[in-house]
Design a protein around this ligand. Sequence first.
Ligand code: ATP
Ligand code: MG
Length: 372
Amino acid sequence: MLESGATLKRRDKKGPMAGDGGQAGHTPTTAAPAEGAPPATRRPRVFSGTQPTGALHLGNYLGALRNYVAMQETHDCVYCVVDLHAITVRQAKADLRRNSIDAANMFLAAGVDPQRSIVIVQSHVPQHSELAWILNTVAYMGELRRMTQFKDKTGGSESESVGVGIFDYPVLMAADILLYQADAVPVGEDQKQHVELTRDLAERFNNAFGKTFVVPEPIIPTAGARIMGLDDPARKMSKSAGSAYNFVSLTDSPDEIRRKIKRAVTDSGTAVRSGPDKPALTNLLTIYSLLAGEPVATIEARYEGRGYADLKRDLGDVVVDALAPFQRRMKELGDDKGFTLDVLRDGAERAEAIAARTMRKVRERMGFVPRP
Ligand code: ATP
Ligand code: MG
């Protein structure tokens, strides 16, 4: 786990995705090209983003980041630190800066390979904002108002002081994805609705202006797509949760990890078993199973007749061990500040080449006068 072990190397300029094959409506293929021959079609493309709103947690890893790493084998990937999304909630200047670099480092430490994948900070590629504005003219108030995350984050209120950015967030997310003509979007369960909106906007635009965008598919893991808060198994684990006892951060020290797991709420009864009547235990067993690579049933059998305390103690060890290689790489990245900046510089250049091509097509389709 968390151990794809790619040594962190700067990218060879002639690596994949130097340019763009970005044709809307292409047929994705994962077939290997004949030896020595250039690929006949480009590999399918992935886009996914994570907000720099704090250290990533086990939910981010199991729901999304794990797939970021795995999909590099079959896809050309763009992984983005979505700072423009983060500012929909007020961010202190120093926090935004530090969290953005940290988030990029967490992608790299988890196994995103900057030689194969593009790693960017969203605000470095201005086309994200430009396309978001254009898609605003295609999106409907009603569909945005129905977004569960909008209702959750604003308490469902129609208050005068709810930020327009929180409301409009899914349109910016659609722009992020469509800009790169992404075929697939690895996300946790909470983002499925936003990817569906993205599909609707892509289809609506394509119908109105001619085929322009690839219509993307969400890629959601079968287990771990919705890791719940350790302090409240009714709500998902979140970076922006009120209490640090909600989550285990990927950068928490071994002591913090063990303490947080020990304090996790449990269900009534004593049996270590998952099920709809045991949401807290189901969550702990899911984390255990995914990080240890063992089926839940095997773990349940091992704790037959033993209590919650034993499970929590061992789960603490499982999480500490799973995170150790990741944390070692985070330390290396922290010691070489120039490395991440090089990755982001290179990423922005490669991303902008793709984004500019999409925007040329969008402007042409809509009838904007080309810049003389
Ligand atoms: P915030 O509270 O600031 O919204 P977050 O914890 O929800 O932060 P995001 O940056 O919004 O994290 O999401 C990054 C990725 O992690 C998304 O793909 C999202 O679907 C996934 N994700 C977030 N929380 C969970 C979770 N609890 N379980 C599984 N996947 C998750
Ligand atoms: Mg979120």
